[in-house]
Design a protein around this ligand. Sequence first.
Ligand SMILES: C[S@@+](CC[C@H](N)C(=O)[O-])C[C@H]1O[C@@H](n2cnc3c(N)ncnc32)[C@H](O)[C@@H]1O
Length: 280
Amino acid sequence: MASCAEKLKADAFNKASISKFYSQYRPKYSNELYENIMSFLGEKLAPPYTLAVDVACGTGQGTRPLADHFPEVIGTDISPTQIAEAKVTEKFPNVTYQVAAAESLPFKPNSVDLVTVASAIHWFADLEKFYDEVDRVLRPGGCLAVYTYNHEDMQLCFEGKTERLSQIFQEFIAERYKSFWDMDSFQLIRNRFRDLRLPYGDNKRSNSLKYSDDITVAGMMGYVRSMALLKRYNDDYRESLIQEFQERIMAALDVKSTPEDTVLKREFLTFLCMARKPEV
Ligand SMILES: C[S@@+](CC[C@H](N)C(=O)[O-])C[C@H]1O[C@@H](n2cnc3c(N)ncnc32)[C@H](O)[C@@H]1O
C-alpha cells in the first residue's frame, strides 16, 4: 500500500494555488550555472544546436534561461497546473511547454542536445526509467544537467540579523518537513547530490555555485506557500503555521516597516551534476 508520503509525492504540485505561488516566489538560477552547463556541453558537441528540454520544468524558472542558447526549448512537467502557469509567465518565441512524465518523454530518439532537471529529480517516481529516456532522446555527445538548491542551505540575510532569521527559517523547515525527510529520494538533496548516480561515466559535479536574490518578508511567506509538502495540512492549520513563521521573523527583525516592504536577501547554493552520452 502506498504510504502517505508516496501518495503526496505523486500529485504534489498539481494545484493551481501552489503553481501561482511557485511562479511568483520560487528563485531563479544564476547565469554562472548556465555558463557551466553550456561549457560542459560545448566540450564535445559543437553548435549548431537544435533542441534543449527542461524536464519537470515547473513554472519555467530553469527553462527560460536556455532560450538564448538553443533555437528551440521545450519545458515538460507532469503537473497540468504547473504547465498552465509556465505558459502565462514571461513568454519567449522559441520556448514551449508540454505536460509529460519524466519517465516517458515525448521526443524522438537522438533528437535532443541537452536535457536539464532543476530542483526536481528527487520527485521522480522511477529514476532508472528517466535515465533510459534520457539515453534514448539525447544525441551522441549530448548532455544531461541536473541541479538543485536545498532549503537547508538557504540563508535569510538582513543587517545584524542573518543568523537569527536563518535559524527561524531552518526551524520552520525542520519541523514542518520532518516526517518526509527520511524518504530516500529527499536524502539526495539533503546530502547535496553526493549519492546521485549519473547515467554516464563522463560526468562532472559542482557544489560551489552561489546565488542570491531580494525577497520581502511577505514574499518569503509566498515562497513557503509554494512548498508542496505543506499541502498535507488543512488550509486553516497551514495558514496558522505560516502566520506564526511571519510573526517570528518580524519580531526578530524588530523594524517599523511592514512584511510587504521589508526586504531580505535570500542566499543559497546550487548543486550541479552533468553527464555526457558517449559520442559513439
Ligand atoms: C520543486 S519543482 C521544480 C520546478 C522547476 N524545475 C524549478 O526549478 O523550480 C518539482 C517539479 O517536478 C515535477 N514532477 C514531479 N514528478 C515528476 C515526474 N515524474 N515527471 C515530470 N515532472 C515531475 C512537479 O510537478 C514539479 O513541478
